[in-house]
Ligand binder design. Structure first.
Ligand SMILES: NC(=O)C1=CN([C@@H]2O[C@H](COP(=O)(O)OP(=O)(O)OC[C@H]3O[C@@H](n4cnc5c(N)ncnc54)[C@H](OP(=O)(O)O)[C@@H]3O)[C@@H](O)[C@H]2O)C=CC1
Ligand SMILES: CC(C)CCC[C@@H](C)[C@H]1CC=C2C3=C(CC[C@@]21C)[C@@]1(C)CC[C@H](O)C[C@@H]1CC3
Length: 418
């Protein structure tokens, strides 16, 4: 299939071969983690305890649950929003509108789940269903990506993403062809990025906490910490939902298998790994160490939130008194770049904060297993790669001014290290 004119971009993720490998590797890794988390030795690098048969993976009930969850989140997305935000300018100079009601969806989901549990909904049975649920979510993501690929075939050229239209079927299916696939005002990518996966992640964490309470009389301190930290992270993402409109996922990447699988399966089933590990491998944790871990998470959150808010405030209104005194450099596009404050310390201070939090989420699981540190390791790789992609895009956008920024702020993520 010929690529549409004018939309050639350098291939990422190792081209079609890399995309094919990732499409296999990502689901295999997710199932591996789900299996080893519940096994005795819980070895990240060892073989899985056994290979599950199709009868253990496939359950029509799990698929029904998965689709009901998506339906519920879609219904909450369609409720009246406190605000409707405009996205970045598109190729055709138009701007899309997005409802800002993600936090409301989180609160309403919590109320519904609370009502359900008090009426006898067996939430603590969810951990037993993680394998078939993950399988159903993977299947859903695959079929959904296929439909998105087909939808893109009839989309106008102006609706296509810069990156996912190479002409290679595998590569484009993986990266996604259409930038903002929508039906009427329902934006699939924006919906998936923040709602079903992130809220599903905290729901799975809660179910694991409840099962631990059933098994051992009460949830452990380690389980409380992991639940609390990750709930804060998800609530923050939904509270500052508008900020996602300026991420490269929304502005640059198409919606294909990578994001569909990432949002619907990878996030809920692998980001809940620490809580899964703790259910099967309880870890003693005293208050002094717990307080120290809370401090690490607080430092990470302070940097993460401070950096993200500073940039978002500056991008919305550079004369805002909170950012007006910061030093900046001008670029040929008319937009300026911050060179003092958080963004003068390293070029991605928000990634640094995020990584510190990732470490704090693993520490309650002790230091004798590598498995709960998977998220930290994977996330380091993801952010280093993401940072590299972002730098290339910024260089393209800002040219010489970006070189000047790199000269003034030489470190990327960790001061004096990287
Ligand atoms: N938990 C998870 O799995 C993931 C979490 N994240 C988190 O999501 C958040 C968003 O991350 P992400 O979308 O990658 O990128 P960023 O929020 O870091 O945004 C990068 C953009 O910021 C702008 N920018 C860069 N430097 C400056 C500067 N000095 N002054 C002003 N603007 C600048 C540029 O865009 P422009 O100039 O066009 O505004 C650049 O493209 C982060 O906190 C990250 O840690 C991200 C990925 C996965
Ligand atoms: C599994 C693949 C290799 C990659 C999948 C990537 C996705 C899981 C992530 C891509 C960007 C994401 C962002 C977030 C969650 C993970 C994904 C979807 C946040 C919503 C997390 C909370 C932050 O506050 C904002 C993030 C934006 C990017």
């Amino acid at each position: 299939m010929a690529p549409p004119q004018g939309s050639r971009a350098p291939l990422e993720f190792g081209g079609p071969l890399g995309a094919a490998a990732l499409m296999l590797l990502l689901p295999v890794t997710m199932f591996h983690l789900l299996l080893v988390a519940r096994s005795g030795p819980a070895r990240l690098l060892g073989p899985p305890p056994y290979l599950p048969g199709l009868e253990e993976l496939w359950s029509p009930w799990a698929l029904l649950l998965c689709l009901t969850w998506l339906g519920l989140q879609a219904a909450l997305y369609l409720l009246p929003a406190r605000k409707v935000a405009e996205g970045q300018e598109l190729k055709d100079k138009s701007r899309l509108r997005y409802p800002i009601n993600g936090f409301q969806a989180l609160v309403l989901t919590a109320l519904l789940v609370g009502l359900g549990v008090s009426a006898g909904l067996p939430l603590s049975a969810l951990p037993e269903m993680l394998l078939p649920l993950a399988f159903a979510a993977t299947l859903t993501a695959f079929i959904f990506s296929l439909l998105l690929y087909l939808k893109a075939l009839v989309a106008p050229a102006s609706a296509l993403a810069p990156g996912g239209n190479s002409g290679s079927l595998i590569y484009d299916f993986f990266l996604g062809r259409e930038l903002n696939p929508r039906i009427c005002s329902f934006d699939f990518k924006y919906f998936c990025e923040l709602r079903p996966g992130l809220i599903g992640w905290v729901l799975i964490n809660l179910a694991l906490l409840m099962q631990e309470a059933e098994l051992r009389g009460s949830p452990s301190l380690a389980m409380w910490l992991v639940n609390g930290f990750q709930l804060l992270y998800v609530a923050d993402a939904l509270w500052y939902e508008e900020a996602v409109l300026t991420t490269m996922d929304i502005i640059h990447d198409g919606f294909g298998f990578m994001l569909a699988f990432g949002d619907l399966a990878w996030v809920p089933f692998t980001y809940s790994l620490q809580a899964q590990f703790l259910l099967y491998h309880p870890q003693p944790l005293g208050w002094p160490l717990a307080s120290f871990i809370c401090l690490i998470n607080a430092v990470g959150y302070y940097i993460f939130r401070g950096a993200n808010s500073q940039k978002n405030t500056f991008r919305k209104n550079p004369s805002d008194p909170r950012v007006a005194d910061l030093e900046t450099i001008s670029t040929a596009t008319g937009r300026r770049l911050l060179v003092s404050g958080w963004w003068g310390m390293v070029r991605h201070p928000n990634y640094l904060g995020d990584l510190i939090m990732a470490l704090a989420w693993s520490l309650p699981c002790g230091v004798f297993h590598l498995l709960p540190y998977f998220y930290f390791l994977y996330f380091t790789a993801l952010l280093v790669h993401r940072e590299d992609r972002d730098e290339r895009q910024c260089l393209q956008k800002y040219g010489l001014a970006w070189h000047e920024y790199c000269r003034r702020v030489p470190y990327r993520i960790v001061p004096y290290v990287y």
